[in-house]
Design a binder for this molecule. Structure first.
Ligand SMILES: Nc1nc2c(c(=O)[nH]1)N[C@@H](CN(C=O)c1ccc(C(=O)N[C@@H](CCC(=O)O)C(=O)O)cc1)CN2
Ligand SMILES: NCC(=O)N[C@@H]1O[C@H](COP(=O)([O-])[O-])[C@@H](O)[C@H]1O
Length: 214
């Protein structure tokens, strides 16, 4: 069997993106999810990991705990898994600069918007309120500035006049579940890297809207 990339997934909730990555892990993806860490003990994603016989762990914020203190505990837990790639999959905590610097270039996130539009939260409702006709999802490298790391791959969906945030969320989810495993595979194949806050696939610079096939 080809060498499998050691992937650690951080979650906070449902875990549908985690599930998409688990479902795509085989020789084809050349990656193994070696662990799942949640900051929420009741995250459904933990049950998904357990069902897939993947080791799980929780790092729960303590009352009044500083961001840096939490992140140090998170880092200590992460190191037990010796991951080669860290995948944020609905991980709903802003990570401190020191933490990000430890993993920059081997930590990715999926965000439910066409970055750089709509960083932060509540992206689907914001797109509807703005009467956008297009929305989507972005996979990007994680950098200290929130949702501002170099974009790797995007997927676009139409926004309809009658859309609710729930309808749009489901439409975006379908695309998220398609693109995240692709990016994990690219990383597993050694084709993806981040240099000088830019993303490269096969040595070619990836543009601001992500990889665009010829
Ligand atoms: N330093 C970075 N940290 C994180 C990044 C990043 O690019 N750089 N990506 C985010 C993921 N994310 C959106 O994709 C995101 C997660 C969380 C928040 C946020 O405002 N969190 C609040 C708490 C919100 C809550 O508990 O519901 C907070 O941490 O204070 C915004 C965007 C992951 N981290
Ligand atoms: N800013 C981070 C953020 O909003 N991420 C979003 O959280 C959801 C997690 O769903 P999941 O737990 O079912 O994968 C996904 O839609 C992801 O794009």
């Amino acid at each position: 069997m080809a060498k499998q990339l050691r992937v650690l997934v951080l979650i906070s909730g449902n875990g549908s993106n985690l599930q998409a990555i688990i479902d795509s892990c085989d020789d084809h993806l050349q990656a193994d999810v070696v662990g799942v860490i949640s900051n929420q003990p009741d995250a459904l994603g933990l049950q998904r990991a357990h069902h897939a016989e993947i080791d799980t762990s929780c790092v729960i914020a303590r009352k009044g705990e500083s961001r840096e203190s939490y992140d140090l505990r998170l880092q200590q837990r992460i190191e037990k898994y010796q991951p080669e790639l860290i995948v944020l999959a609905g991980f709903m905590r802003i990570l401190s600069d020191d933490f990000v610097s430890q993993y920059e270039g081997r930590m990715i996130n999926i965000h439910p918007s066409l970055l750089p539009k709509y960083t932060g939260l509540n992206t689907h409702q914001r797109a509807i309120d703005a009467k956008d006709t297009e929305h989507g999802a972005s996979v990007h490298f994680v950098t200290p500035q929130l949702d501002s790391g170099p974009v790797i791959l995007q997927a676009r969906v139409p926004v309809y006049a009658e859309d609710t945030a729930e309808l749009l969320t489901e439409r975006v989810y379908e695309q998220e579940h398609a693109i995240y495993p692709i990016v994990v595979k690219w990383f597993a194949q050694g084709r993806l890297e981040m240099k000088d806050n830019l993303a490269f696939l096969d040595g070619e610079l990836i543009g601001p809207s992500g990889f665009a096939p010829d």
